[in-house]
Design a protein around this ligand. Structure first.
Ligand SMILES: Cc1ncc(C[n+]2csc(CCOP(=O)(O)OP(=O)(O)O)c2C)c(N)n1
Ligand SMILES: [Mg+2]
Length: 884
């Protein structure tokens, strides 16, 4: 059988190798590559099937002869790095000695120190850089190293470091990980929910192109750096959008993957090679991949590798073995790695065991890292990933270097502290070192002067988050007069009503161009396709084809300066675009107004983690959950019908969530949101659910604007109410119908309210309650909820198209008995009428609940319920929607 690896004619093989060698020597690698590609191309055309291979050998991508020389002062930079290492370790170790279990990480920064220091000293631009700052996503649990450096730079004090992970201490502390919410002038991007970094960074880079292509910012050569862990790359989101970067030619993104081959529990790929696997994935996705595996110490070994035995051996070993070499010592390495082939043993015969173990790896060698970053920042037309081999817990020795426990190593004992001190030459005596003091060289020391000068030249300190931006001039409410007037007999959905108002906003002369409509392949579902033509769909390469609907007025128009971000079926990507647009105020000083409209069920349920990160990042914008409502979206069934996103929204601290019934409510909330976020610059997100049921939209009653914003307003009042009905969103119609039935069939006239936001009502009530609790001697506050309902202790029945807990949120604050109807259970496909009956939220169930409430209150006879059921055909044997 044909064996592709068997050499049937070694002499002929040698001739070919010599030819290529000649080409390499005479004309260089470019020519050699050209010739090889030509040969492969020729062979393929003649029918020779070439194996597909996205991998290169397990060696550095950049050869020593093409390496850009290192311009820094190696000795000083090493001393600075050692001090950062020491302080980072001391910070975590001391915190854990003082407060057992407070946590923190030593070993991750220990592995990434060189990767970060080279970037700090030579590459990453700060806020004051004349061409604008870079954006940096740091590996979240490397935060101790970043704090330690900020301490050396004089940005943080010893007290800050002492209070690492003690944010509530009165002198101020440091957050565990990068959280802009907690340290808004320091951290830019939250990175600890693994997988989100890659996505968010890619979409930040893409959004930079968007702003440039639309002429909103100048082209400036800014970069987005994302430092990632190799274990983290297993998150599907990490690799999920990498083709976006090559497709969009994002040469403004640089990924640096810290390949220490370990994650929390053990090896990332014990039985394989994570670096090779990632290389394959990224090259296959069209990235420029730079492997930095071996340090300069290995260069001479590769030079001596005339037979290719070293390269062969490197291909053979799996990561599990490579890790064993780190831990088991030099003689083990000699025996098990080099010992496999005599020529390899011979190669290292003059190197001692100790030196063998110290053969530095690529990610710990500033010269190799510098060369890689230089190529990365200069590379044009493609994104770059640097895959850097490091050792987890580097320098910790027996305290955890390369050990499987290293991720969880939180403190060092006295002996370990002393050996760490020796390893990195920290100028501390034994008795000093054993207390792990923070060490900061004098202001005029060589180290301090150097590191400050480097950062000054690059534009200032890192990390840094800008909090300043220009506020926008929000148009007057009259822009929405159409919605305030109502639509008469015309029936339309809230989605349509929203799209009409969005269209008006995009035409506004002051803010129109800052609006960023974001949509994951659902524009036609929501009736937004007219915007394609009006605003254009953003495409970095324009439109290279004639669209199939080019004859039509509303054709599918892609354009370099298109305004819409049409993200395809990619809610996570669309959400990342929302984050990029909604943080433009900080990253570019420009308030962009994102409107991310999506299929409600695929919002919170699918990307809540990103929404949470958006909250942490102080993102501003509108999330619009369209086709929402468990019974309002009817035909689509169980996996489509959202009846619970309002619970998630209520639990996200800076989200203001609204479930709206009428066009004028949408107008009021949009206007309020724009003012709050883009004029007053508050870091909140507005979440609005929209539906696809067509019905009439009345004129706005007078004087309800403020109440709509606060969460409820009165629709119908009676003199002596015996019961109240609260309707919400799409079930307002059923609520009004129930009120009619109560009057007409049972002679009971309820007061009726429209709840626009249960969560806003609850928040305000909770805040008032809290204030009253701690101010017992002051005049007690009354929340809006109580004010609008008055104090009558009559029963209240509330209904929404969401699970009962959404309406139940306000139960503790409603005077009198409270009954909530909702749509708990799995959805299914049927007519709206049948679904509402099935979920027991239709007009008849509202009436039945109201009668029951009155019976419980002693106002009507309990037997009346039976009559109600009979009259409306409510079957007592109907199964419960929660259990079927
Ligand atoms: C989504 C998610 N799952 C789990 C964790 C917990 N966690 C934090 S660090 C870590 C290991 C990280 O390994 P790696 O990415 O290789 O980084 P390293 O520390 O090795 O540089 C884990 C599992 C997390 N932060 N996020
Ligand atoms: Mg790792």
């Amino acid at each position: 059988m044909f064996n592709p690896h068997q050499d049937t004619d070694p002499d002929e093989t040698q001739e070919w190798i010599e030819s290529i060698e000649g080409a390499l020597q005479e004309h260089g690698p470019e020519r050699a590559r050209f010739l090889l590609e030509k040969l492969i191309d020729f062979a393929e055309r003649q029918g020779a099937r070439m194996p597909f291979n996205t991998n290169t050998p397990f060696i550095n991508t950049i050869h020593p002869f093409e390496q850009k020389p290192f311009p820094g002062n190696r000795a000083i930079e090493r001393r600075i790095k050692s001090l950062v290492r020491w302080n980072a370790m001391a910070m975590v170790s001391r915190a854990n000695k003082e407060t057992e279990g407070i946590g923190g990480h030593i070993s991750t920064y220990a592995s990434s120190a060189t990767l970060l220091e080279v970037a700090y000293n030579h590459f990453i631009r700060g806020a004051a850089h004349p061409n604008g700052p870079d954006m940096v996503f740091f590996q979240g649990h490397a935060s101790p190293g970043l704090y330690a450096r900020a301490y050396l730079e004089g940005r943080l004090t010893e007290t800050h470091l002492e209070n690492f992970r003690r944010e509530l201490s009165k002198d101020g502390g440091l957050s565990s990980y990068p959280h802009p919410w907690l340290m808004p002038d320091f951290w830019q991007f939250p990175t600890v929910s693994m997988g989100l970094t890659s996505l968010m960074a890619l979409y930040q880079a893409r959004f930079m192109h968007y702003l440039e292509d639309r002429g909103i910012i100048e082209k400036s050569g800014r970069k987005v750096w994302a430092f990632l862990g190799d274990g983290e790359m297993d998150e599907p989101e990490s690799l999920g959008s990498i083709t976006l970067a090559s497709r969009e030619k994002l040469d403004n993104i640089i990924f640096v993957v810290n390949c220490n081959l370990q994650r929390l529990d053990g090896p990332v790929r014990g039985n394989g090679k994570i670096i090779q696997e990632l290389e394959g994935a990224f090259r296959g996705a069209g990235w420029n991949v730079i492997k930095v595996i071996w340090g300069s110490d290995w260069d001479s070994l590769f030079e001596k590798d005339a037979t290719g035995a070293l390269a062969k051996r490197l291909e053979e070993v799996v990561d599990g073995e490579l890790l064993k070499y780190v831990v088991a010592g030099g003689s083990y390495l000699r025996e098990h790695f080099f010992g496999k082939y005599p020529e390899l043993l011979n190669m290292v015969k003059d190197i001692s065991d100790k030196e063998l173990l110290r053969l530095r790896l690529g990610g710990h060698d500033p010269e190799k890292v510098y060369a890689a970053y230089t190529e990365a920042v200069e590379y044009k037309g493609k994104p770059t990933v640097v895959l850097a081999r490091t050792i987890k817990g580097y320098g910790l020795g027996e305290a955890g270097e390369g050990r499987n426990i290293t991720h969880q190593q939180k403190k060092l004992n006295e002996k370990e502290l002393l050996s760490f001190r020796d390893r990195f030459n920290i100028p501390l005596t034994d008795s000093e070192a054993t207390t792990a003091p923070f060490y900061k060289p004098a202001d005029n020391s060589e180290e301090t002067v150097y590191l400050r000068a480097r950062r000054k030249e690059l534009g200032g300190p890192l990390p840094f988050r800008n909090q300043k931006s220009e506020k926008l001039k929000i148009p007057d409410r009259s822009l929405f007069n159409e919605a305030f007037a109502g639509y008469g007999d015309r029936e339309l959905s809230t989605t349509m009503a929203f799209v009409r108002q969005l269209t008006k906003l995009t035409k506004d002369k002051d803010i129109g161009k800052y609006i960023v409509p974001i949509i994951p392949d659902e524009a036609r579902t929501f009736g937004m396709e007219a915007l394609f033509r009006q605003l254009g769909i953003y495409s970095h390469s324009g439109q290279l084809y004639e669209p199939v609907d080019s004859e039509q007025f509303l054709y599918y128009k892609e354009a370099v300066d298109g305004q819409i971000l049409e993200e395809g079926i990619n809610e996570a990507g669309a959400m990342s675009s929302f984050i990029a647009a909604g943080t433009a105020y900080s990253n570019y000083g420009v308030n962009m107004i994102p409107f991310y409209i999506y299929y409600s069920m695929f919002g919170f349920q699918r990307v809540w983690d990103l929404i949470w990160a958006a909250g942490d990042m102080r993102t501003r914008g509108f999330l619009l959950g369209a086709t929402a409502g468990r019974t309002t979206l009817n035909g689509e069934g169980l996996q489509h019908q959202d009846g619970h996103s309002h619970l998630a929204a209520a639990a996200t601290p800076n989200i203001k969530a609204y479930d709206l019934a009428y066009a004028y409510e949408i107008a009021i909330i949009l206007h309020e949101g724009m003012k709050e976020m883009f004029h007053y610059q508050k870091d909140v997100v507005y979440y609005i659910t929209l539906e696809n049921e067509n019905y009439k939209h009345p004129e706005m009653p007078s004087g309800v604007e403020k109440d709509i914003i606060k969460g409820m307003y009165k629709i119908h009042s009676t003199k002596n109410p015996v019961i109240r009905l609260l309707g919400s969103g799409p079930l307002m119609g059923e609520t009004l119908a129930a009120a009619k039935l109560l009057k007409q069939d049972w002679n009971i006239e309820p007061g009726v309210w429209n709840v626009t936001s249960f969560s806003e009502l609850r928040r305000e009530a909770e805040e008032s309650e809290r204030w009253n609790l701690i101010h017992p001697d002051k005049r007690q506050k009354k929340p809006h909820l109580e004010k609008s309902l008055s104090n009558h202790k009559v029963p209240t029945v509330a209904v929404s198209d969401y699970v009962k807990m959404v309406a139940e949120q306000i139960s503790p604050y409603v005077p009198g008995d409270y009954y909530a109807l909702g749509t708990d259970g799995f959805g299914r496909s049927d007519t709206r009428e049948n679904l509402r009956h099935f979920f027991e939220v239709d007009r008849y169930y509202i009436v039945l609940t109201a009668i029951r409430a009155l019976a419980n209150a002693g106002s009507v006879a309990p037997a009346l319920s039976k009559q109600v059921m009979k009259k409306y055909g409510i079957d007592p044997n109907k199964p419960s929607p929660i259990t079927v």
